[in-house]
Write a protein that binds this ligand. Structure first.
Ligand code: NDP
Length: 318
C-alpha cells in the first residue's frame, strides 16, 4: 500500500515514516527542502527507505504543491504545520500555513480518487482552550473544542492556528465526502530521530539546560512513538472515526522537574517556579477513545528519560 506523509522531516512525522516503512508501506514523503541533508538524511537512512521512500518537494502555501505526492496514495497523513510560539507575524507564519495548508492538502486529497482516508495531526490545542473550567475532577474528551475567539484574545497564535485548521478540515471533509480522522496529541516528547531541535523536545531541554525557574504551567504529555502508532492505527482500523485525544498524563512542570531529579540526581535543575502564584491546576483527559486504537501509553517518566538521553546523544546540551 502507498501512503503520503506531509512534513516528513518533522519530529512526529519522522517516527511515522519509520513505523510505516517497518509495516511494509511505500511512503511518498513531502518535505520543504529535499536537498537539505539535515532534513532528509535521517529519513533516507531508515530501513526500507531505499526501496520504498520517495521524497517530494511541497510547501503548504503553494497551491497544488501536494498533488504529486498525494496522487496514487490510499492514505494521507497530514502532519505538516508550523509549531513554534514566538511569531513576529502570526497570520503569515502560523495561521496561513496551518489553515490554507490544510485546505491545500485536503484539496489534493479530494482530487485523488485513490485516497480512502486522511489522518490529520491536530492537537489538544484545538480541544482544551475554552472558558470551561479545568480542575482535577474534570475529564476533557473529544467533544471539547477550543474557542478561537478566546485563543485570539489571549494571543495564543499556535493554538489559534491548530483550532482554525481542524475546524476548516472537518467542514471541507463533510462537503467533499472525505473520510477524515484527527489525532489530537498533547505536548509530544520522547526520542528524536531528526538532528534538529523541535519545539516540544525544547520544553524538556529548557529545563535541563540551566534554567533558573520552571514555567507555572500544566500540560498534557505523550510519547512520540504512541503518537506515530496512533496515526497508523487510525488509518488501518476501518471503524476509526472522529477525533482521538492522546494524553498519557496531565502534569505541572514542577512534577516534570521532580521526575528529572529522580532520574538525574546530579543534574542542575530549577528549584523555583517562574511566579509565586498557585500552580495552575491539573485536569484529566479521557484515554478511552485512544485505547480503542490499541495505544498503551508509555509513561511520562519513560518519555522524559528518552527525551533527555536523545538530546544528549544529538548534542543539544550546552
Ligand atoms: P516539527 O517542527 O518537527 O515539524 C513540523 C513540520 O511542518 C516540519 O516538517 C516542517 O517542515 C513542516 N512545515 C512547517 N511549515 C511548512 C510549510 N510552510 N510548508 C511545508 N511544510 C511546513 O514539529 P512536530 O513534529 O512536533 O509537529 C508535527 C505536527 O504535530 C504539527 O501539525 C503540530 O501542530 C502537531 N502537534 C505537535 C505537538 C508536539 O508537541 N510536538 C503536539 C500536538 C500537535 P520543515 O522541516 O521544512 O521545517
Amino acid at each position: 500500500k502507498t501512503v503520503c506523509v506531509t512534513g516528513a522531516s518533522g519530529f512526529i512525522a519522522s517516527w511515522l515514516v519509520k513505523f510505516l516503512l517497518e509495516r511494509g508501506y511505500t511512503v511518498k514523503a513531502s518535505v520543504r527542502d529535499p536537498n537539505n541533508p539535515k532534513k532528509t538524511g535521517h529519513l533516507l537512512a531508515l530501513d526500507g527507505a531505499k526501496e520504498r521512500l520517495h521524497l517530494f518537494k511541497a510547501d503548504l502555501l503553494e497551491a497544488g504543491s501536494f498533488d504529486a505526492a498525494i496522487d496514487g496514495c490510499e492514505g494521507v497523513f497530514h502532519t505538516a504545520s508550523p509549531f513554534f510560539y514566538r511569531a513576529a507575524d502570526p497570520q503569515a507564519e502560523l495561521i496561513d500555513p496551518a489553515l490554507k495548508g490544510t485546505l491545500n492538502v485536503l484539496g489534493a486529497c479530494a482530487k485523488a480518487s485513490s485516497v480512502k482516508r486522511v489522518v490529520l495531526t491536530s492537537s489538544v490545542a484545538a480541544v482544551i482552550i475554552s472558558r470551561r473550567p479545568k480542575t482535577p475532577d474534570v475529564v476533557v474528551d473529544e467533544t471539547w473544542f477550543s474557542d478561537p475567539e478566546l485563543a485570539r484574545d489571549m494571543k495564543l497564535w499556535y493554538v489559534l492556528s491548530k483550532t482554525l485548521a481542524e475546524g476548516a478540515a472537518w467542514k471541507f471533509a463533510r462537503e467533499k465526502g472525505i473520510d477524515l480522522v484527527t489525532i489530537n496529541p498533547a505536548l509530544v516528547v520522547g526520542p528524536l530521530l531528526q538532528p534538529t531541535l523541535n519545539t516540544s523536545a525544547a520544553a524538556i531541554l529548557d529545563i535541563v539546560n540551566g534554567a533558573k525557574t520552571y514555567p507555572n504551567s500544566t500540560m498534557g504529555w505523550i510519547n512520540v512513538k504512541d503518537v506515530a502508532v496512533a496515526h497508523i492505527q487510525a488509518f488501518e482500523i476501518p471503524s476509526a472515526n472522529g477525533r482521538y485525544c492522546l494524553v498519557e498524563r496531565v502534569a505541572h512542570y514542577s512534577e516534570v522537574v521532580e521526575i528529572l531529579r529522580k532520574l538525574y540526581p546530579t543534574l542542575q535543575l530549577p528549584e523555583k517556579c517562574s511566579d509565586d502564584g498557585p500552580h495552575t491546576p491539573v485536569y484529566q483527559v479521557s484515554k478511552e477513545k485512544a485505547k480503542s486504537l490499541g495505544i498503551n501509553f508509555i509513561s511520562l517518566e519513560e518519555s522524559v528519560k528518552e527525551t533527555v538521553e536523545s538530546l544528549k546523544e544529538k548534542d543539544h546540551f550546552c
